[in-house]
Design a protein around this ligand. Structure first.
Ligand SMILES: [Mg+2]
Ligand SMILES: [Zn+2]
Length: 180
């Protein structure tokens, strides 16, 4: 079995510029590449992202794939590989089965890559990221990057308790390396 990091995309890896989907929207967040390079010896990386901009008609699925390719290429140039990107293209009103906090994609990934969820972590800047991670048996870190600062009180409102709240990706990285 392998250990995985389940990573949110917008606000966790790249800046969340409200539905980023074009090249000019792409900006890597500080510390992400450095952090992933430290973590890659121990973990595989999987991205799980809600892309409701597709369901809301703000952009098309191909725009998201282009944006993903820019991100993946940037990481690849730094010797960081992402195994797979799982995305929910639906809008909340579609009431689908894949939108976070659904655990559907974590369960699929766990089967596909033989992941030990108890030794894995979920990272994101929304309560639903932490909720998905904890509900699927991973440990979870809430990031104050992206929308994290703005939506922080949602954790308390929903009684969601992350294992750690990190001010940025590097702080999250160090916590993971020191705690399992
Ligand atoms: Mg996010
Ligand atoms: Zn969905």
């Amino acid at each position: 079995m392998v250990k995985a990091l389940f990573l949110d995309r917008d606000g966790t890896l790249n800046e969340d510029t409200m539905y980023p989907h074009k090249e000019e929207h792409f900006k890597m967040l500080p510390g992400v590449i450095e952090g992933l390079k430290k973590l890659k010896e121990e973990f595989i990386f999987i991205i799980v992202t809600n892309q409701s901009g597709i369901g809301r008609g703000i952009f098309e699925e191909k725009d998201m794939h282009n944006f993903n390719d820019i991100l993946l290429e940037k990481l690849r140039k730094n010797d960081v590989e992402v195994k797979k990107i799982f995305f929910c293209p639906h809008s909340p009103k579609d009431v689908c089965e894949c939108r976070k906090p659904s655990v559907k994609y974590i369960e699929e990934a766990a089967k596909e890559f033989d992941i030990d969820l108890e030794k894995s972590w979920t990272l994101g800047d929304h309560a639903h990221d932490v909720e998905m991670g904890l509900n699927s048996g991973t440990k979870a870190i809430y990031l104050l990057t992206g929308h994290g600062e703005k939506h922080f009180k949602q954790l308390e409102e929903k009684s969601i308790k992350p294992d750690f709240v990190a001010k940025d990706f590097l702080e999250a990285t160090n916590f993971i390396l020191n705690n399992g």
